[in-house]
Structure formats: C-alpha cells, structure tokens
Design a protein around this ligand. Structure first.
Ligand code: SF4
Ligand code: SF4
Length: 349
C-alpha cells in the first residue's frame, strides 16, 4: 500500500546548530550556545551519501544560521553544483546589515551554482532580527536570484512585521498588547502553522490551547517518520526525519543500512514506539519505567509531549535516538540563565 519508507524529496544539511537568534519557535533548539560546524570532509560525505537514493531531489544548506560561516556555505554550494544536485540556502537575514555585503554574498553564491534563496520572515524571527534586515535580504535576493528563485517563508508576514517599526526587533508581547491574547495567539500560532516541537511548546504554548497527554493517545508518527518529504542530515551524523529535532533515526553515514532496515520495518526502539503508538507510547514508557511526570498545564500538541518525554529520557540514560544530546540542553532560549518560559508544574507521585 505504501511506497518505500524514507524517500525525502527535500533534504536539509544542517551545517551547524549555531544561530545568533535562539527563536522561541525553533524546531532544533538552535542558538548562540552551539559552537560546532560541519567539517568540509563531512559535508562532502553528506552530499555523496544522498546518492544512495536513486530518485531526484533537492537539498538545502541550513542551520542554525549558515551565513555565520560563509566560506563553508560557499564550499557546500560549489560541491552540490559539482554533483548536479539542485540546492537552495536558508537564512534568517540577521547578518544583512550592509547592502554591499548582502549583494556580494548572494552574487558569489549565485555564481557558484546556487539555485534559490529561502528567507525566513515571521514575528518569531523579528523578535531577534530587525525587520529592516529581512527586507534588505528579500530585496537583494530578488535582484540576484529573480522572483522565481526567492522563497520568503512566510510572505504574508512581510507587512505584519513592519507594524511596530523596522529598525528594532519586536517582542512578541507587543502583539498580545495590541490584539489581546486570544487574537494574537491565533495570528501567531495559527498564522505560522507552528509545529509544537523543539522549544515552541515551552516558549509559545500560552498562545494555543493545551491538552493533557491522554488527548494524544492514538496519534502515531508513522507518516512523519517514515514518509517525510522533508528531512535533515546534521553535522554529527544524525538523520532527522520530518521536523523532529533531537530525534535521530540513525547515522546517515550508514544510509544504505538504514534504508534496508526501514524497508524491513526494523526500527531503533524509541523510533519503533513512535511509529506505532506516537508520543503517547513514549509517555507510557517514560512514566512506567523512567519516572516521567506529566506537565499539569498540558501540552501544546503531540510534538510538545514527545519533546518533553524525550527530554526527560535523555537525562535518564544514553538513548541512541536522542541525538544530538545538546538539543535537550538548549530547550530554553536562555541556556546560560537556566531560565525557561512556560515550563511549570508536573504531576507528582
Ligand atoms: S528558527 Fe530561529 S533560532 Fe532556529 S535556526 Fe532559524 S533563526 Fe535560528
Ligand atoms: S511527536 Fe515526536 S516523532 Fe512524532 S512528529 Fe512530533 S516530534 Fe516527530
């Protein structure tokens, strides 16, 4: 009934989890605390590894913020072009201060064979990045790449992020003050189609309705894990299906073996639970065997439940699927302070 599992058509290569922003909606818990970058040889291996898939697909070079290491980004674009793999680059535009610099970098990538630019644009990004930089990135990308080859994600926010001024970042609270919590919640959460994975359930969960763990019983992750069109390879070797940050289905260096195993429905233990019974199955495991306690205020979605249980499990043992481990140390956008938005009471035993 289903085609072979693990056939992404858009594969992201995470060059680093390092990012100047640490957005509250980030699915990979990126931020300034991360230091590592993918070595060039690993980047070459990652691109070569994709040839294990026989079908046509595109890659995107991403992070974190890939422009924080422009030489590596440029080499990645050159390598993809040499291999004939269509490639786009994602950026948050935080580095776009000078028109000349932006033009030069975009033109250099274009000449190296880059097909398209993807520019993030949302109130979540605008909490850290002045909208003027996003607008500069969009304008210059259009000049260099042309309208067909610039993806603004999401374009309807271009006007909205300017309403509080463009020279400074805008705290999300300004939306709540102006529109009230319920309307701001709908605008922000629904208007971006937030996936409640990464740190978003903790930091933005107040913008949507929360539900108890039992509400997610019966929601498995069969499609997300096995049939994701969008997946990632990270710098540490983790193959991340769909947008499930912090969860690896295996080491992409062993891609042919992973593909064989998944075709035969041989999954790593936690992946098996998620494919069959979703995060409620993981919750059962966490509660029964590892002392997990449910969040009293509930969860902003099934992925919030999943991340919260995984976070607990990662502190209890060395689960191979819970990689990179630093993901679980960077749930808070303020890792140095240990502070955290939205995490409060757990049910006690
Ligand atoms: S979502 Fe924000 S923190 Fe995450 S990589 Fe993008 S810009 Fe950086
Ligand atoms: S619940 Fe977990 S495994 Fe399932 S889609 Fe969400 S993050 Fe991925």
């Amino acid at each position: 009934m289903y085609r072979d599992p693990l056939c992404p058509t858009d594969l992201g290569i995470i060059l680093s989890y390092r990012c100047q922003s640490a957005c509250k909606h980030c699915l990979y818990n990126c931020g300034p605390a991360w230091k590592d970058w993918m070595p060039l040889e690993t980047l070459e291996e990652a691109l070569q590894a994709t040839t294990a898939w026989g079908h046509q697909f595109q890659i995107h070079l991403t992070g974190g913020e890939p422009f924080l290491n422009f030489p590596l980004l440029l080499q990645g674009v050159q390598l993809a072009a040499q291999l004939g793999i269509p490639c786009y680059v994602e950026t948050n535009a935080g580095w776009c201060l000078e028109e000349k610099d932006v033009l030069e970098k975009f033109a250099t990538l274009r000449e190296a064979g880059l097909n398209a630019m993807f520019i993030s644009c949302s109130p979540f990004h605008a909490e850290k990045i002045p909208p003027a930089r996003t607008l500069l990135a969009i304008t210059k990308a259009l000049e260099i790449f042309g309208r067909q080859n610039v993806i603004v994600y999401l374009p309807h926010w271009i006007e909205q992020i300017q309403i509080f001024g463009i020279e400074k970042p805008t705290p999300l609270e300004r939306y709540v003050e102006k529109f009230g919590l319920a309307r701001a919640g709908r605008m922000l959460w629904d208007g971006y189609s937030i996936i409640p994975a990464g740190r978003s359930g903790y930091c933005l969960g107040h913008l949507t309705q929360k539900r108890p763990a039992s509400a997610f019983k019966g929601e498995n992750c069969f499609m997300e894990i096995l049939y994701a069109h969008h997946s990632h390879f990270d710098l540490y070797g983790n193959y991340i299906s769909w947008f499930c940050g912090g969860l690896t289905i295996g080491d992409w260096h062993d891609l042919p073996r992973i593909l064989d195993d998944f075709e035969a429905h041989r999954f790593p233990p936690l992946i098996d639970i998620l494919v069959r019974t979703g995060p409620f199955g993981l919750y059962d495991l966490g509660k029964e065997d590892y002392g997990y306690q449910e969040l009293l205020e509930g969860y902003a979605g099934k992925c919030h439940l999943c991340v919260d249980v995984r976070r607990h499990l990662s502190g209890q043992g060395d689960f191979q699927e819970l990689r990179p481990k630093e993901f679980y140390e960077n749930v808070s956008p303020y890792p140095q302070s240990g502070g955290e938005t939205g995490v409060s009471q757990r049910s006690g035993n």
